[in-house]
Design a protein around this ligand. Structure first.
Ligand SMILES: [Ca+2]
Length: 245
């Protein structure tokens, strides 16, 4: 018995775990998007994309920060005029071993705000997501959702309570206004189309509010910023011996 366990070395265990997590996330995503898909298109159940090793090794590296590469979709020929919904944006990034950008620190946020300002980008998708799907129930730590329910889907890190200045920051990145003239997140579209604003977009002065975070319904089509995913890079590196990433 002991020998059997010894054969299963760390890497194999991690890979199995990783595949289980990926499968689970794919199911979760298919479930969470099915409602929106029904509402806004006839596309069948959708899944998270797996990385494409060739695309990972030749992925666009527009700039880098703290060991991660980034690019703005409109600056890459293959995505130049592309505007896509939130899941398609994640998947476009994921094929490159990247994911939508996560803004965990003020410095990284400043960098992305600067990119938006200098290039006059109207809005972008980030990996921010409201945990309002199956698997998020019975989690008192996520309640109330508008305050505590947000996380970065790229690395599953929680986002600071939306009403507060995050620890280590000087500003609250959420806009103080929006469609209802209330601070964000305001879930404004729910009142209009009954679609929850479950995805986090950075908008450039859409409400005369400068560059700021907004909750937006995930079906809207926007350009996006991709950031290296350590998880996907590690996965492709482990499964493709000798690959240069
Ligand atoms: Ca909103």
């Amino acid at each position: 018995m002991v020998d059997v366990y010894q054969v299963n070395n760390d890497i194999q265990m991690k890979l199995v775990l990783f595949i289980m997590v990926m499968t689970w996330l794919s199911i979760i995503n298919a479930q969470t998007t099915s409602h929106e898909t029904r509402l806004h298109s006839n596309r069948p159940g959708r899944f998270l994309a797996l990385p494409v090793p060739k695309k990972c090794s030749s992925r666009p590296k527009e700039f880098s920060y703290r060991g991660h590469n980034y690019f703005l979709s409109s600056h890459v020929a293959a995505h130049k005029n592309q505007k896509v919904d939130w899941l398609d944006a994640r998947n476009a990034c994921r094929e490159y071993c990247m994911d939508l950008v996560s803004l965990e620190t003020q410095d990284e946020n400043n960098m992305i705000f600067r990119l938006i300002r200098q290039n006059n980008v109207p809005y972008i998708w980030t990996s921010g997501r409201l945990c309002d799907f199956k698997g998020c129930e019975n989690r008192p730590d996520l309640e109330p959702k508008a305050l505590h329910g947000w996380f970065w889907s790229a690395n599953r890190e929680k986002i600071a309570p939306t009403s507060r200045i995050p620890t280590g920051w000087e500003i609250n990145p959420w806009s103080q206004t929006g469609h209802k003239k209330q601070r964000q997140p305001d879930n404004a579209e729910f009142d209009i189309t009954k679609t929850t604003e479950s995805c986090l977009s950075v908008l450039n002065n859409v409400y005369d509010d400068g560059i700021a975070w907004h909750d937006v319904a995930c079906y809207h089509e926007k350009p996006f910023v991709c950031e290296d995913s350590e998880e996907l890079l590690k996965y492709v590196e482990t499964t493709n011996r000798g690959i240069r990433l």
